[in-house]
Design a binder for this molecule. Structure first.
Ligand code: GLN
Length: 489
């Protein structure tokens, strides 16, 4: 029986003949099938994945050197292009579209000998926090199928949570990797803006978007990151990490925002475990301090003004001519032609954001909203720079609550937006953030903490994460009450 522990263990097992890539792929295909009710996948590339696995097994057995992700079974969020495969951003407007090239990140995975098993469900155009804004329908959290997995990368999170692949890729514009990881009890990394090329990632808000990684161990996340990261001729924002910021000494000075922990939306249990963790850290020799962050209340509004503005521009290409399904050839005017394609192709939340974005960019309101929000973003970046002159890391929760019951936030978009309060900061400032699954809630759901470090300090971020996962992880040890998880970790 195939069992996955870590990539490193898998490679040892492959080398001593205990398992094969083919066995691994067949195992995951079976699992995906058994768990189809979770609705995690939008496409499974069965025959191809087996074929790749067989070829890799043959290559390895011939004694050839193998790639760093040899035979690693990976799922891609349905916003990441994989040549000759469908990609839809979970939107009706892109039904039937096939990628004409692979994202740089995907090409690097393939070059490292990874096996792409399929595309995963998500919120339409990565807009949402619950995976309920998908034209394929919601994804279910496998710990409690009455709850959401988080979003927008809900399918990628559940694919790892329920053991349907080894690692998966998501995209994180405002928390879409860290928050679903938190809701699902797995690890989710959003690298520094510019760490991984966005070429071939369907854009939501280009100055925020970043490909992220879901996994069950820090080491798996690290090797996957190393393979994908680095400069790319197709994306001028993807750069090599400046060497000076890659601190190798153990980060010791930690800050958290007083306002964040005082926020009334924060679940009391999440708050108290946060403080418990802080006292453990102090006992362990870390300096942990609360800092005042006066701009805290401006974070969510700034995020939603700027991302909807960028989205309204990015999504203008889906018009039925350049991209997107063409509904009616007989429309008389150009306007009614676009109107008909876009009205039927986009879902409710995407339309809401296009309208909001168009509004904040309109001549009469540009300065009042868009310019103002850009100014706030600049202040946030400046303050963050300052914080990192005194501290090595910032610690925050990932979400004010554990996974929402299905449907709870759907009718109240503003309350859904407000729940992004702890994650959007890293995207506004471009810093990396990781969500570590450390705790169980008395409601039976997992949750964790979020660590952020300075730009391109992934080395120290992962170093801290590794230590804390070993030292402070209570998750997985205790059986949560009253509901028992349906999936074994
Ligand atoms: N929940 C946030 C939003 O809806 C984040 C989305 C994301 O990171 N893609 O915008």
């Amino acid at each position: 029986l195939f069992q996955f522990g870590s990539i490193q263990q898998y490679h040892l097992d492959l080398n001593d003949g205990t398992t094969s890539c083919e066995e691994a792929v067949r195992h995951y295909l079976k699992k995906i099938n058994e768990h189809s009710a979770l609705n995690a996948f939008t496409g499974v590339y069965e025959a191809e994945a087996i074929e790749q696995a067989v070829a890799l097994d043959r290559k390895r057995k011939s004694g050839a050197t193998t790639g760093p992700l040899h035979g690693v079974v990976i799922a891609l969020k349905d916003v990441i292009c994989y040549k000759d495969h469908p990609v839809t951003a979970a939107s009706s407007i892109l039904k039937g579209f096939r990628s004409v090239y692979s994202a740089t990140a995907v090409q690097r995975l393939l070059d490292a000998e990874a096996i792409i098993i399929g595309h995963t469900n998500c919120d339409e155009f990565a807009m949402g926090s619950t995976n309920e804004n998908s034209s394929y329908g919601p994804v279910l959290n496998s710990i409690d199928t009455g709850r959401v997995p988080g979003g927008s990368s809900g399918g990628s999170a559940v694919a790892v949570q329920a053991g349907l692949c080894m690692v998966s890729l998501g995209s994180d514009t405002g928390g879409s990797v860290r928050q679903p990881a938190d809701f699902c009890g797995i690890i989710g990394l959003k690298p520094t803006y510019g760490k991984i090329s966005r070429y071939g990632l369907i854009a939501y808000a280009s100055s925020f978007d970043q490909i992220g990684i879901f996994g069950t161990s820090i080491d798996d996340v690290r090797v996957t990151l190393e393979v994908m990261a680095g400069p790319d001729g197709f994306d001028s924002t993807a750069v090599a990490a400046p060497a000076i910021t890659n601190a190798t000494s153990t980060p010791r000075r930690i800050a958290y925002f007083r306002q964040a922990l005082e926020n009334s939306s924060l679940d009391p249990e999440i708050r108290s475990s946060f403080f418990e963790l802080i006292s453990k850290l102090k006992t362990d020799g870390y300096e942990v301090e609360a800092i005042d962050f006066d701009l805290f209340d401006f974070i969510v509004p700034t995020y939603y003004i700027l991302t909807t503005a960028e989205a309204s521009s990015n999504l203008s290409r889906f018009d039925g001519i350049r991209y997107g399904a063409r509904r009616d050839y007989r429309e008389k005017s150009e306007n009614s032609f676009y109107f008909s394609n876009r009205s039927s192709g986009f879902g409710k939340e995407v339309k809401r954001r296009i309208m909001l974005g168009t509004f904040v960019l309109s001549a009469g309101y540009y300065d009042a909203y868009f310019t103002k929000a850009q100014q706030v973003r600049k202040l946030l970046v400046d303050q963050t720079r300052l914080i990192f002159t005194q501290y090595d890391a910032i610690l925050l929760p990932n979400s004010p609550t554990t996974a929402f019951p299905l449907g709870e936030k759907l009718t109240d978009p503003v309350s859904m937006y407000l729940a992004d309060i702890f994650t959007v900061f890293a995207n506004l400032t471009g810093i990396p953030g990781i969500s570590l699954p450390l705790f169980w809630h008395s409601n039976g759901m997992p949750y964790g903490v979020q660590i952020m470090t300075n730009h391109f300090c992934e080395v120290s971020l992962l170093h801290l994460s590794e230590r804390w996962m070993q030292q402070f992880k209570t998750f997985g040890n205790e059986k949560p009450q009253p509901s028992t998880p349906k999936v074994a970790f």
